[in-house]
Ligand binder design. Structure first.
Ligand code: TYD
Length: 136
């Protein structure tokens, strides 16, 4: 089975004014947060991601709407995680293949990352990914 991905439940600091979720690097997620980005406006028939990262770790949070994430370890094991709650984060360590899909119209998928963007640490070809896993 895949190792290392995990669901985090963040504390909801709710009161009569609404909810507030705080995420601090190295406290609520296991890395310093160097980068955030968010994905919205993706149709339900779009597949995003389709890559693995040699260096970056991520936490994905659907802060609005919902989507699904398929995680594949390159050794024949895959898991699908539905993200649909703004205080639940999916931690994805380096070197797992991931695909995001089934976006609802209102989906806003927030991504926290341990690294600055570096296109060279992305593996975008599945066969290359599998062979790097085999040779690891
Ligand atoms: P891409 O990695 O294809 O997005 P996804 O994994 O969600 O399918 O990124 C889309 C474009 O944005 C691509 O041209 C690279 C660029 N990009 C950055 O410049 N910096 C970033 O941090 C990210 C995630 C993407």
């Amino acid at each position: 089975m895949q190792k290392g991905f995990e669901l985090f439940e963040f504390v909801q600091k709710g009161d009569e004014r609404g909810h507030l979720v705080v995420i601090e690097g190295l406290k609520d997620v296991p890395f310093e947060i160097k980068r955030i980005f968010y994905i919205y406006g993706s149709d339900g028939n779009v597949i995003r991601g389709q890559h693995a990262n040699r260096k970056s770790e991520f936490v994905l949070i659907n802060i609005a709407g919902q989507s699904k994430v398929r995680i594949d370890d390159g050794q024949g094991n895959e898991t699908v995680v539905a993200l649909e709650r703004p205080h639940i984060g999916l931690y994805i360590p380096r070197m797992l293949w991931k695909e995001m899909y089934d976006f609802s119209l209102d989906s806003v998928l927030l991504v926290l990352s341990s690294e600055y963007y570096d296109a060279d640490e992305y593996i975008r070809d599945y066969n290359t990914y599998v062979s790097e896993i085999k040779n690891a």
